[in-house]
Each structure stands twice: as structure tokens, then as C-alpha cells.
Design a protein around this ligand. Structure first.
Ligand code: FAD
Length: 444
């Protein structure tokens, strides 16, 4: 078979490597518009902040490595500009030379990702120091600009995961930071009361947090921001972190079916409305595993899992992708916030009856030094006990509690059965009754 892949980072590179492991003979060609393949998107904020000192550490694989190790042809700086479905070929453009060519395919995999949303704000196009963060060139730009201009102040628009990570990063670099978030809370996947400790902590760490306000005008070539609250903000640089939108333009032009938020619609075999074309990663619509509605989950687990599964499907293995809980985690200075499943806001919006419990245990045995309070919220159906979701915020141990509950959800356990989980315990790590067990006791 002749397999062509669009996008060479999380989903694309994973699919390519797995395809080769399953079949030595197929021709595999991967096109990547950018200069780099297989880079660590998730590490970018930590490189800008200096926690990851070496830029090379972000580059996980090179085109030469893919060729030598896997026999995969990688064409970087090469954009796929059109799909000819009837003729089963893609049109590509080499971005440095402008040269165009056509490549035939038997099977096409799309993993084009999602791009940062750029809002329409008057004055934005005249602003000088405006940044978004998606890839290595974006990272280099931010890094170089800060080094050269030594700004005193940064404004971050958007209090989502990347915004919160960048607030910490920029504070690390010694900048004053103002975060402007349109909603009344940061970190939308959390419920408001769970976001509160994060907001308090960010303020404690010197982030000027403006909630419930948006930037309505940008003046002075980006140095002055006018907010909907009437507030006027002076800044040296502006980071837009208001979310991402699926890069589904190529699929749309090719007439492939799209779903929510313009994401590429796929079936359980990750096949688009054209059976020869598959799609994975941030660009696709997925099923919410908890309640079954269609949604997008632009996170790395899905891209990696789907990249592997799509290769299995293409090589004739029994494989299917059945949806996402949206399990996610973020470090906000010394706090960790983690979430799985749906939150209370979503349950209310959908009119789903639920029970919510909050517990505030210690991260490990209180008598052993270093125990920190943990806030854990569990949402479940009172009648059936089905777990809808959980959220955890604390300095320590939020990650494993959410991972355990996500695993319990995947295994179909009820809220009361969380009390039955036999979890590893010694005083430095937990309590004989782990916070997850306690949630189970409270729920039963
Ligand atoms: P990408 O990895 O974005 O790859 C898509 C590639 O396709 C791009 O390089 C693009 O240039 C290329 N492309 C698009 N169109 C074309 C075309 N027509 N021709 C050729 N090439 C094309 N997720 C987590 O779970 N945890 C985290 O902590 C986390 N942190 C993140 C931090 C940052 C700053 C960013 C930007 C993302 C983060 N993510 C995180 C999200 C995670 O990186 C994505 O979910 C994942 O990379 C998606 O994989 P993908 O293959 O769908 O898209």
C-alpha cells in the first residue's frame, strides 16, 4: 500500500511508526508544513520558562531518524494544499521553493492538529508584540523577543491550560503578568469552586488576574489594552491563549464531513466520510465517553492513542476508538489541578441529574511531614452509582487520584466501589483510607 500522512507531530508520527512496525513493505510518506516533526508541544512553555534548559530536548525525532530507523519518507516544509479524492492523490507545495507536486495514495491519514484561535479585536493587527504558542517557531519567537526586549509586563488573554502554564513561565522569567479571562473562572474544565484555589494561588504568586472581562480594543501598537470592564492595561507583550480550533480546512475543501466546532467527523475506526481517508488527533470530533455527546478533546493522549489505533485498523487488526473522558492536568505554580469526565456545569447544561461530593483530605498521612490539603470532587449518578467525573486540586497527589478515578470509570466501577480499591499505602504517599476510598465511602 501507498500510505500518505498529513502532519508529522503527535498523531502523524505515532501512526507512521506503528504502521512501519506492523508492515515492512508499505510505502509511507509523511508531509509536515513546519520545519520540525515529532516535537514536544507540551514541553514548549517549560522551555520558555527555563525549566527545560535545552531546546534540543524538545525535538524527539528528525526526518533523517524516521528514514533511517523506520524507512519513512518525511517531507518537512511541505504543505498538503488539496486532496483529489476521485484521483486519490494529494497536491503538495514545498514552502521554501514554491515547487508543487502530486502524490498518489491508497490510504490517507490526516493529523493536522488544531491552531490557536485569534480573536477579532480592533487594533490587534497593528500590535507589535503579539504571540500565540503552538510550535517551535512560536517558542523561538517568544524566547528571542523576551531576551532582546527585556519586557517588564506581559498580558495573557485566556485562562485555559496553556494560559495558566504561560503565566507561571513568564513569572519565572521575571515579568509582571496580567491574565484576562472572559469567564468568571480560570480553567474551564473545572467547576468554579474548584478553580477558586487555583485563582487564589496564582494571585499569591503575583499574577494579576482579571476575571469576567475581555479585551475590547488594543491601542498604541499593542501597548494599551482596553477591557470590557472599563479597565485600561499597559503592557509590553500580549499572549493569546484563548483556545484552539481544528485545522480542518483541507478536509472541508475536500468535502469530508465535519462535526462539532468544524472538527473532522470519523467513525469508530477513525475513518472519515471517505473510506480511504482516516483522521486522528486534535482535528477530529470524538465521543464524550461519559455521556456520549460529540465533542473535541485537543489533548496529547488522544492523538497518540488514535495514531496507534489508526495504524492497527489500516493493517487489518481489530481496533476501534471509543471516545474520551478528557482527562487532563495542569501545573499552576505549586498547585496541580486535574480533571476527568464531565463537570457539574455540563451536567446542569444537559439536565442530567447527579450527586456531587466534596472532600478535603490530606495528600498523605497527616502525621508524616509534607502532607498538603487536597480538594477532591466526585460527580455521580445516585441511582446507578455511575461516575460522571472528578476534579482534584492540591499541591500533591491530585494527579494519581484523578488517574485512579479515570481508570475506575473506564472499568465501569460505581462511585461506592471506589471504597473497594486497594491502593498503595505508606505514610509518605497516602493514608490507609486513600482520598479516593474516602470519596467512595461518602458516595455510598
Ligand atoms: P499536532 O501535534 O499539532 O500536529 C499537527 C501538525 O500538522 C502540525 O505540525 C502542522 O504544522 C501540520 N499540518 C497541518 N496542516 C498541514 C498540511 N496541510 N500540510 C502539512 N502539514 C500540516 N496536551 C496534553 O495532553 N497535555 C499537555 O500538557 C499539553 N500541553 C500543550 C502545550 C502547548 C503549548 C500546546 C500547543 C499543546 C499542548 N497539548 C497538551 C496538546 C497536544 O500537543 C496536542 O493534543 C497534540 O499535539 C495533537 O496532536 P496532532 O497530531 O493532532 O496535532
Amino acid at each position: 500500500k501507498n500510505i500518505v500522512i498529513v502532519g508529522g507531530v503527535a498523531g502523524g508520527a505515532t501512526a507512521a511508526a506503528r504502521l512501519r512496525r506492523l508492515n515492512e513493505h508499505d510505502s509511507i510518506t509523511m508531509f509536515e508544513r513546519g520545519e520540525h516533526i515529532s516535537f514536544a508541544n507540551c514541553g514548549l512553555p517549560y522551555y520558555i520558562g527555563g525549566t527545560i534548559a535545552s531546546r534540543d530536548k524538545l525535538l524527539l525525532q528528525s526526518p533523517k531518524g524516521m528514514k533511517d530507523r523506520f524507512g519513512i519518507d518525511v517531507k518537512v516544509r511541505t504543505e498538503v494544499t488539496a486532496i483529489d479524492r476521485a484521483g486519490k492523490k494529494v497536491r503538495v507545495k514545498q514552502l521554501d521553493t514554491g515547487e508543487e507536486a502530486e502524490y498518489p495514495y491508497d490510504v490517507l491519514i490526516l493529523s493536522p492538529g488544531a491552531k490557536p484561535i485569534v480573536p477579532e479585536i480592533p487594533g490587534l493587527s497593528e500590535a507589535e508584540a503579539v504571540f500565540t504558542l503552538r510550535n517551535i517557531p512560536d517558542t523561538d519567537r517568544i524566547h528571542a523577543w523576551i531576551n532582546e526586549h527585556k519586557p517588564n509586563h506581559a498580558a495573557i488573554i485566556g485562562g485555559g491550560f496553556i494560559g495558566v502554564e504561560m503565566a507561571e513561565t513568564l513569572r519565572h522569567r521575571g515579568l509582571e503578568v496580567t491574565m484576562v479571562e472572559r469567564n468568571e473562572q480560570v480553567l474551564g474544565p473545572l467547576d468554579p469552586e474548584m478553580a477558586k484555589p487555583v485563582e487564589r494561588h496564582m494571585r499569591l504568586k503575583g499574577v494579576d488576574l482579571v476575571l469576567g472581562a475581555s479585551v475590547v480594543a488594543i491601542e498604541d501598537r499593542g501597548k494599551t489594552l482596553r477591557l470590557s470592564s472599563g479597565q485600561v492595561l499597559r503592557t509590553d507583550m500580549l499572549l493569546l491563549a484563548i483556545g484552539v480550533t481544528p485545522e480542518s480546512g483541507l478536509a472541508r475543501e475536500a468535502g469530508l464531513e465535519l462535526g462539532v466546532r468544524g472538527a473532522i467527523r470519523v467513525n469508530e475506526r477513525l475513518q472519515t466520510s471517505d473510506p480511504s481517508i482516516y483522521a486522528v488527533g486534535d482535528a477530529i470530533e470524538v465521543k464524550d465517553r461519559t455521556l456520549g455527546f460529540e465533542t473535541v478533546v485537543p489533548l496529547a493522549w488522544g492523538a497518540n492513542r488514535q495514531g496507534r489505533l489508526v495504524a492497527d485498523v489500516i493493517q487489518g487488526r481489530k481496533a476501534s476508538y471509543s471516545g474520551a473522558y478528557g482527562t487532563a492536568i495542569v501545573k499552576a505554580f505549586d498547585l496541580t489541578a486535574a480533571v476527568t469526565g464531565v463537570n457539574e456545569k455540563t451536567l446542569n447544561k444537559l439536565g442530567v441529574p447527579y450527586e456531587a461530593i466534596h472532600i478535603h483530605p490530606a495528600s498523605h498521612a497527616g502525621y508524616y511531614p509534607g502532607a498538603a490539603p487536597l480538594s477532591l470532587k466526585l460527580l455521580f449518578d445516585k441511582a446507578s452509582g455511575a461516575i460522571y467525573g472528578a476534579q482534584a486540586v492540591g499541591q500533591d497527589g491530585a494527579d494519581k487520584r484523578i488517574d485512579v478515578i479515570s481508570t475506575a470509570m473506564r472499568g465501569g466501577m460505581t462511585a461506592a466501589e471506589l471504597a473497594d480499591l486497594e491502593l498503595a499505602y505508606a505514610p509518605p504517599y497516602s493514608s490507609a483510607k486513600d482520598p479516593v476510598n474516602m470519596a467512595g465511602y461518602v458516595a455510598s
